[in-house]
Design a protein around this ligand. Structure first.
Ligand code: STR
Length: 438
């Protein structure tokens, strides 16, 4: 069912200017404006894929390229001509993009492992990545289990009257924040404020003055925290980042703060979606849910298929071309050229539904895919998500525990009524009302 604006787009009205356009959507003449309200994410995904492996988009008034094919995404994510340094972006250098752009907080961030490449990137990333390998994470398992069961007690209490419970508020939202906070040493007393701040940070409808105040407050919180831990280190990862290794170059205060912010934001705003989308997908596909609950399909498969079909990170901002880069099309002919100084987004929501890679049923949630689900929803190459194993572990504990406690769990509203938050870059649901006892 296509509703109005998308239907107009398909008939050729330019979604940017609104004027009828002879140019195909996604071409230079008529970029596809990404919907900041995220009202029909996967109808947009279809348009993006139709526009080609390389498509022109507009992000709240700012032009960029997007990559929509799995093969091209993999290739470009290891191409050293695309870098993370925002100073390579012509629109930024020339002041066209600045503090008034609603997405500025996604790209103009403190120096950290998220913003640099090459040898400096290894310097900034290695210690963090090594602290959250699957092996090291086994130490966190009891902590995650404890948090999960405590939250499930709360969920049970909320639903004790048989009425609907919002699984986001009471489960999927607090869980990742509690876990990443434990890892990084963030004071739990800060959680309520951090939830308010990140909600405003990510939402495209936050007035820009408020967003800038939110960014400043987050900066104060995390800088204050790093200073306290510098004076009085403990055994969390933030303290480990502050302390120099033997013979190694210590990270600067800005770099520690940058890594800490990246870890908390990424640990928080992504795993929420993974958990919620898995529950929603299983609820919408009861036959698959029953197979999982009967032990015929593993929770790991559910997690990987959810990551492919509903990537938490829908559009990853941004990389910049330091040279012209020609991108081949699906027919082998050039699809277009990313010019030096232009910005590139990875549209994982489109990449995860690439039929050339995942087969003709790429649009379908199917935990029984014949081939292993080799998605790249955690990225690929040197910047591949360092928290992937943590996210997978959280989901692998949370989902079975949830269904063990409430095997008859189902959605409390028709699935069409479940809305995305107005968060352009993330696949974040506004709420997931469920009935615990069917
Ligand atoms: C939020 C703001 C900030 O201070 C630092 C970062 C860097 C890491 C970013 C994070 C951002 C936003 C969410 C991201 C995360 C890395 C992974 C996460 C993009 C910009 C994803 O959604 C994949």
């Amino acid at each position: 069912m296509r509703s109005q604006p998308v239907a107009q787009t398909r008939e050729g009205a330019c979604p940017v200017t609104g004027a009828p356009s002879a140019d195909p959507v996604g071409s230079a003449g008529c970029p596809l404006a990404i919907d900041p309200m995220v009202e029909r994410l996967h109808e947009e995904t279809v348009l993006l894929r139709e526009a080609g492996p390389l498509a022109r988009i507009e992000l709240l008034g700012v032009p960029a390229w997007t990559i929509t094919d799995h093969a091209q995404a993999r290739r470009l994510l290891t191409d050293t001509r695309l870098v993370k340094d925002i100073n390579e972006w012509t629109l930024y250098r020339e002041g066209v993009v600045g503090d008034q752009w609603p997405l500025i907080g996604m790209v103009d961030v403190d120096r950290s492992m998220f913003t640099v490449d090459g040898a400096e990137h290894r310097r900034l990333r290695t210690k963090t990545a090594q602290a959250i390998t699957p092996r090291r994470l086994e130490l966190l398992r009891p902590v995650i289990e404890e948090i999960t069961h405590r939250l499930l007690d709360d969920v049970a209490e909320q639903g004790a009257d048989g009425g609907p419970v919002d699984l986001k508020t009471h489960f999927a939202l607090p869980l990742p924040m509690s876990v990443v906070s434990h890892l990084m040493g963030v004071d739990p007393a800060l959680h309520p404020r951090l939830h308010v701040l990140y909600r405003a940070f990510f939402s495209t409808v936050t007035p820009q003055a408020e967003r800038l105040a939110v960014i400043a407050e987050l900066d104060d919180i995390f800088t204050g925290m790093v200073r306290e831990k510098t004076a009085d280190p403990s055994d969390d990862l933030t303290s480990a980042l502050i302390l120099a290794d033997e013979g190694g170059e210590p990270l600067t205060e800005e770099e520690v703060v940058g890594n800490l912010k990246a870890m908390v934001a990424a640990g928080h705003e992504t795993t929420i979606s993974l958990i919620l989308h898995a529950v929603r997908a299983l609820s919408d596909h009861p036959e698959q849910r029953d197979a999982v609950l009967a032990g015929q399909v593993s929770w790991d498969t559910v997690i990987e298929e959810t990551l492919r079909w509903q990537p938490p990170s829908t559009h990853l901002l941004m990389r910049f071309a330091v040279e012209d880069i020609e991108v081949p099309g699906r027919d082998g002919e050039p699809a277009g050229t990313i010019a030096r100084g232009e910005g590139v987004v990875m549209s994982y929501s489109a990449v995860g539904r690439d039929r050339n890679h995942f087969g003709e049923d790429a649009d379908t949630f199917n935990v029984r895919r014949p081939t292993p689900i080799r998605h790249i929803s955690f990225g690929h190459g040197p910047h591949i998500c360092p928290g992937a194993a943590l996210s997978r572990l959280e989901a692998a504990i949370a989902l079975p525990a949830l269904y063990e406690r409430f095997p008859a769990l189902r959605l409390a509203v028709p699935t069409e009524e479940i809305r995305n938050m107005p968060v352009l870059t993330q696949n974040d649901l506004a709420a997931l009302p469920v009935l615990l006892h069917g």
